[in-house]
Design a protein. Structure first.
Length: 385
């Protein structure tokens, strides 16, 4: 049997090859291997690479290059925004934060750390379609609310939130809004001004860049109160100490530029492939699409199959590379907390598959996936007591 069809992570294409080639070049003495904080020739060359990438990443989200802080990925971006933003705004007092039960672990665990420090956290529940109502955010705000953290696109269901409406509610009360946009940047148009985000994190590997590098957008109004998590050399205007990984940053920048150029056509293509996949599965009895039918990033579907044990289904799909949830929670056999927050019971949550389509996914891959899933669902249901 050949390699599995990667519906979950795309294989390398010539586009990604350009990113790899640039990163390799940056690891040579002539290509920017110097320390970008140094003033010698090699340092200046490295710094030029870093600032070019900063401009490329900023263009993708519609911000000024000076408003971007490099991080190690979306997890660090979220932690810097939440921990650094809340601690900096709180001063000596302890205040209040609003988030949702369906957020990424890096947001929920950062909020948990704040709770242990004495801050109060309100956890909103999404509706059965995965949406957070702006009026629910309004109702949760208090006089001492310091931050609201709501993700743009959910990492398990792909559901897109109305961030602009939530931002309007927050800004009425001068409350800072943090947005985890790791799953949306490079997949749908993202403009920080249109969204109204004060802090917005994203990461390279979700848009075909290297792992281990991300960025946090910090609006000018919030920069003064953001506290760093790392202390040392004062890099990134004192917000993120540490020698910058030039090769990763350069790869991130090029990946952003390429994603922006491909976004309109690739978004349409993935939407069509996602529709083809859902049509192929929807008529199976007991099949449920998790999350809003249309308000989602292209090519991400989370589907539950009633009466089928999820791990057995995954084990039978040897020709596919799909998952039963977020990679960040793959070390636990607990049912998805995201799906439980949508009101799914434990059995349905455990019988779900997350399909994520990418640049290398073709029509024939969708048809093979539909055939394989239908085969295994029928087989497992026939074998069930």
């Amino acid at each position: 049997m050949g390699l599995p069809i990667y519906l979950d992570h795309a294989a390398t294409t010539p586009v990604e090859g350009r990113v790899a080639a640039l990163m390799s070049e940056c690891l040579t003495a002539a290509g920017g291997h110097g320390n970008p904080s140094s003033e010698h020739l090699y340092g200046r060359a490295a710094r030029a690479r870093v600032e070019q990438a900063r401009a490329q990443a900023a263009a993708l989200i519609g911000c000024r290059p000076a408003d971007l802080v490099w991080t190690s990925g979306a997890t660090e971006s979220n932690n810097l925004a939440i921990l650094g933003g809340v601690r900096g705004a709180a001063g000596a007092r302890r205040g209040h934060v609003v988030t949702a039960r369906s957020e990424h672990k890096s947001v929920l665990d950062a909020c948990g750390a704040l709770e242990r420090e004495g801050f109060r956290i309100s956890y909103l529940l999404p509706d059965p379609q995965g949406l957070i109502d702006a009026e629910a955010v309004r109702a949760a705000l208090r006089e001492d609310t310091l931050l609201v953290s709501i993700m743009h696109a959910n990492n398990e269901t792909g559901v897109l939130q109305d961030i602009a409406a939530i931002a309007a509610v927050c800004h009425e009360r001068d409350v800072c809004l943090h947005v985890d946009a790791a799953q949306s940047v490079g997949k749908v148009p993202v403009d920080v001004a249109a969204l109204g985000a004060d802090l917005l994190g994203f990461t390279a590997h979700k848009l075909y860049g290297p792992k281990g590098i991300g960025a946090l957008y910090v609006s000018g109004a919030r920069r003064a109160t953001l506290q760093p998590l790392l202390h040392g050399g004062g890099q990134e205007r004192g917000l993120r100490a540490g020698t910058l990984p030039v090769h990763q940053i350069a790869g991130f920048g090029l990946a952003c530029e390429l994603a922006g150029a491909m976004l309109p056509s690739e978004g349409r293509r993935l939407s069509e492939l996602g529709e083809r996949l859902w049509r192929g599965l929807a008529d199976l009895d007991g099949t449920l699409l998790n999350g809003h039918r249309t308000r989602r990033v292209p090519g991400v579907l989370n589907v539950s199959f009633a009466g089928v044990e999820g791990e057995s289904l995954l084990a039978g799909l040897t020709e596919l590379a799909v998952s039963s949830g977020s990679a960040c929670n793959s070390d636990t056999d607990e049912p998805s907390y995201v799906l439980r927050a949508l009101g799914r019971d434990a059995q349905l949550a455990q019988s779900s598959l997350r399909f994520s389509l990418g640049r290398s996914t073709q029509v024939q891959d969708i048809d093979i996936a539909v055939s394989a899933v239908r085969r295994e669902v029928h087989r497992l249901r026939a074998a069930a007591p």
